[in-house]
Design a protein around this ligand. Structure first.
Ligand code: HEM
Length: 483
């Protein structure tokens, strides 16, 4: 037996942790059993709201090391010299499932990386896919409603899923990736990661380029078939979480090579499509992959709730040398994440150990608020400007001055070509992968209203006639599809 006293939250020793205090041996429980009351009350408050998306996840710490010089493109200090290492925390996740959902469900995987740099934390909050289903943030809540549960049945609703996709053909590229083998990665270690959006890099001369991030797994791509993913979901719903944890515990540290694609600023106006459209990839022939570094995961969190559940990533967390792009989805996300964190964890979420800067400290005039558990700035000055050497704004944060012009209006995207890239992807797949893609789609669309199925088949056919014909055939729907 331990000789360490059990205490109440205020530190006083607890007399009995086995028997509640009752009035007599068989009498009712007394309200004055303050230990019981405190224990039950705290238990009632153990949960914070789960993430509205990406609720099921696994996290790990590691480092990012620069392997190739990129200082000509960005003044970001963590990228300043070859060999430089920066601590990272990563959280992998599924998108649609709740906190207890099975890891191997077909879904994109979140790939969120926090770099604890000396200029503050930089978050790349990406996925294991280079594109996304939609390209305007206005559509995100509607899209996610179709991925979650039907309001009446509380069941997943394929009709809603395919209704939305068939009416939002910009989703076709991501849908094609999702129903390919990559929709069911074997482990979190066996998949690539992507920043997906276009971002900006700014160098010390004030010059800027557009940039996309790619994390290529060193473990190689490995995927489950649909049947395997379904079986594993039943046998071990936490399969991916377990695999990542165990690999790191046994010293088999997963690693990714990190690359960027770089587009000169002026190319954006003339490229064959809008480079800020997150439903498109930039062709490698136009903008080849440039290696920049390597990310290794080598430490498991000590406490899941403290470090993974309370982790708060945001695309708004950038550092000098990095900028945003006009990608509308990215712009919407700049609001959404910290708003979600304030609701989910509380206004002082950035003070938590996993979220606060590790290689520098936050210095500002924000004070007070619920659960302000540090010194709250002590007696230091809490307004600015001031005469007392408080922190001041700095030119270090100066970004690129992006010229913009035009009429303020609800502008649609200029291009409606939702078909070339998914068609190219379909044709690129080896025959056996094409077979599984079709089979996965047919399986998922089975039972969907025919009017919705027909509309979706038309999109597949516009990408590639055979793609549409084969899905139609699999569903037993007679259609006359032409490209
Ligand atoms: C999580 C909103 C698009 C990747 C979240 C969360 C919200 C959100 C509210 C939960 C945050 C939390 O409670 O901690 C949005 C909105 C989007 C959008 C409004 C579009 C306008 C995207 C895209 C990607 C992405 C395009 C990837 C390229 C992620 C990831 C997480 C996440 C990885 C989980 C972060 C973590 O592990 O904590 N998103 N999202 N999201 N989102 Fe998005």
């Amino acid at each position: 037996m331990s000789d360490k006293p059990l205490t109440t939250q205020s530190g006083a020793p607890v007399l009995d942790n086995q028997n509640s205090k009752t009035a007599g041996a068989r009498g009712p429980v007394l309200l004055e059993d303050v230990h019981l009351v405190e224990k039950l009350a705290h238990f009632n408050r153990e949960r914070v709201p789960e993430r509205v998306v990406h609720a099921k996840g696994a996290g790990a710490y590691g480092y990012f090391e620069v392997t190739h010089p990129v200082a000509q493109y960005t003044k970001a200090k963590f990228l300043s010299e070859v060999g430089k290492r920066t601590e990272v925390f990563i959280r992998f996740s599924t998108v649609a499932g709740e906190r207890g959902a099975a890891d191997t469900e077909r879904d994109p995987r979140g790939f969120a990386v926090k770099f604890y740099t000396e200029d503050g934390n930089y978050d790349i909050v990406g996925n294991n896919t280079p594109v996304f289903f939609i390209r305007d943030p206005l559509k995100f809540p509607d899209f996610i409603h179709t991925q979650k549960r039907n309001p009446k049945t509380n069941l997943k609703d394929p009709n809603a899923v395919w209704d939305f996709w068939s009416l939002s053909p910009e989703s076709l590229h991501q849908v094609t990736i999702l129903f390919s083998d990559r929709g069911t990665p074997k482990t979190l270690r066996n998949m690539h990661g992507f920043g997906s959006h276009t971002f900006q890099w700014i160098n010390d001369k004030g010059e800027a380029v557009w940039v996309k991030y790619h994390f290529k797994t060193e473990q190689g791509i490995e995927n489950f078939t649909r049947e395997e993913a379904i079986r594993v979901a039943g046998e071990d719903p936490d399969y991916h979480t377990r695999d990542l944890y165990q690999a790191i515990e046994r010293g088999d540290y997963p690693a990714w090579k990190v690359y960027v694609q770089i587009m000169p600023l002026e190319d954006a106006a003339t490229y064959q499509f809008d480079p800020f459209d997150v439903t498109k990839v930039w062709h490698y022939e136009d903008y080849p992959l440039i290696p920049i570094g390597r990310m290794v995961l080598h430490r498991n969190p000590e406490n899941y709730f403290a470090e993974v559940e309370q982790a708060a990533f945001s695309p708004a967390n950038i550092v000098p040398g990095i900028g945003f792009s006009p990608d509308k989805m990215l712009q919407g996300r700049l609001f959404a994440y910290s708003d979600a964190h304030r609701y989910r964890i509380g206004t002082n979420y950035n003070l938590l150990p996993v979220n606060r800067p590790h290689a520098t400290s936050a210095q500002n005039y924000q004070r007070d608020g619920a659960m302000r558990f540090d010194g709250n700035g002590g007696g230091s000055v809490n307004y600015e400007p001031n005469s007392f050497q408080g922190p001041v704004q700095s030119d270090a944060a100066k970004g690129y001055l992006l010229p913009v012009s035009g009429v303020a209006a609800e502008h649609p995207y200029v291009s409606d070509d939702h078909y070339t890239q998914p068609g190219d992807l379909y044709r690129l797949l080896p025959a056996d992968e094409q077979d599984r893609l079709i089979d996965n789609i047919v399986h998922a669309m089975n039972g969907v209203d025919e009017v919705i199925a027909r509309r979706q088949i038309e999109h597949f056919a516009k990408a590639d006639t055979a793609y549409g014909q084969r899905v139609a055939k699999g569903l037993g729907i007679a259609v006359d599809v032409t490209n």
